[in-house]
Design a protein around this ligand. Structure first.
Ligand SMILES: Cc1cc2nc3c(=O)[nH]c(=O)nc-3n(C[C@H](O)[C@H](O)[C@H](O)COP(=O)(O)OP(=O)(O)OC[C@H]3O[C@@H](n4cnc5c(N)ncnc54)[C@H](O)[C@@H]3O)c2cc1C
Length: 381
């Protein structure tokens, strides 16, 4: 098979990939076990990532970002997936894009450089204990009081929650209005904030090195100037717009994970012996790996077209939903097949494929479940 290279790749991105890869191997991989035990990365690692240029790579330089495009973000996402390390810098970028798109100049100058340096960690808080897929049913309220909003409610499953200094929260500013007009996105600076509380990190099935927490807002005062957008009530449409970026990013990680699964399983199948021959000599092993390799390649070509669309500012919601749905389904199918080809070793967490299996499952759930993706694609029929 002739070597395939993504059409968006160029020399500058190759150099950036090298920097990112070397950094992950030198600084993240040796700390991964510690992060997994404490259920979060070290605060210092955020600053290191910022100094090395892993954070906000596609935010303009004037706001402290890398000045690159979504291709740079894709490189970071791919390299983390290839190394099997989970680090919430994708969420950091998602938060920065809310500020970039809907924030005013003051917001951008105040928060983006700190996010780019890793001095501030960002979280995006939409999901609530009683409202996940049905975002319109959120109960957290933000009522005006003088020059402030008063936030009341709770959020759950929030990535980066335990050390987030900046939480971009979805709240009802007009509980009586239809959700399409009643929800707003508000930026909350959490340091020394009265009434704000973070629950302990959840015990998850996988992705142990990332913190996922519950956040509580008990009459929390936030300046009304922290509203994103020029008017209240734009939150739902802002989320729908920004979720496209997030969903493609999930697809990028899915494809890189599939490629890694096929590569490590092929290597394993060439080494491991049974019945006096290597596993790859069984036709079943070759056929299964051939199917996985084909699907991974189809996924690669599709995600590359999505990446190019995001770079050009032309990704639509349905294509992003297709990427999130189909690529994460493929990821779970392929990784599961690769576990099977590893035999009992595939179930041992010291083997990367076992971790990939546990880490992959959530990809079909967060950022909108795959059933919700199918609904969205269905509406376009
Ligand atoms: C590790 C992790 C990290 C996360 N990070 C974040 C984060 O940073 N920020 C954040 O806001 N949220 C985050 N989430 C939350 C995630 O986005 C939600 O879990 C997800 O949207 C599903 O919501 P839910 O859990 O309430 O499930 P529910 O909405 O209760 O869904 C349960 C089931 O019903 C199905 N279902 C629901 N509605 C329909 C329908 N209309 N048609 C067909 N089927 C339907 C779903 O597909 C699912 O299978 C995270 C979740 C996890 C597990």
């Amino acid at each position: 098979m002739s070597h395939y290279e993504s059409p968006w790749m160029n020399d500058e991105l190759r150099m950036y990939r090298k920097t990112v890869r070397e950094f992950i191997h030198a600084e993240f991989l040796p700390r991964q076990e510690k992060w997994r035990e404490q259920h979060r990365p070290d605060a210092e690692s955020w600053k290191q990532a910022g100094r090395t240029g892993l954070l906000l790579p596609d935010v303009p330089e004037e706001y402290g970002g890398g000045g690159g495009s979504f291709a740079h973000q894709a490189v970071v996402t791919e390299e983390l997936a290839q190394a099997g390390v989970h680090f919430g810098c994708g969420v950091q970028s998602i938060v920065s894009h809310y500020i970039l798109q809907y924030g005013n100049e003051e917001h951008k100058k105040k928060w983006l450089p700190a996010l780019a340096q890793g001095e501030l960690v960002g979280a995006i808080a939409m999901t609530e204990p009683s409202a996940g897929s049905d975002l319109q049913a959120i109960k957290t309220t933000a009522r005006r009081d003088g020059g402030d909003f008063i936030l009341s409610g709770s959020k759950t499953f929030i990535t980066n929650g335990s050390h987030a200094g900046l939480v971009c929260i979805a709240a009802k500013t007009d509980p009586k209005a239809a959700a399409s007009r009643g929800i707003s996105m508000i930026v909350v600076e959490t340091k020394n904030l009265a009434g704000y509380r973070v629950g302990s990190s959840f015990e998850k099935v996988g992705m142990h090195e990332v913190d996922t927490c519950e956040l509580f807002f008990d009459d929390v005062r936030v300046p009304s100037a922290n509203l994103l957008g020029t008017t209240e009530g734009a939150g739902l449409s802002q989320m729908m717009e920004q979720l496209r970026y997030e969903r493609v990013m999930i697809g990028v990680g899915a494809v890189a994970t599939m490629e890694r699964a096929v590569a490590i399983t092929t290597k394993y199948a060439k080494e491991r012996k049974a019945f006096g021959q290597t596993l790859i000599e069984f036709q079943n092993t070759r056929f299964k790996l051939a199917q996985c390799k084909t699907e991974a390649h189809v996924g690669r070509v599709f995600i590359d077209s999505c990446i190019e669309k995001v770079i050009a500012g032309q990704i639509d919601a349905v294509t992003a939903a297709m990427a999130k749905y189909w690529l994460t389904e493929c990821q779970c199918r392929i990784v599961d097949e690769c576990v099977q080809l590893h035999g009992g070793y595939g179930y041992m967490t010291e083997y990367p494929i076992a971790r990939m299996w546990a880490d992959s499952r959530v990809q079909r759930i967060y950022a909108g479940t795959n059933e919700i993706m199918l609904e969205m694609i269905g509406w376009s029929l």
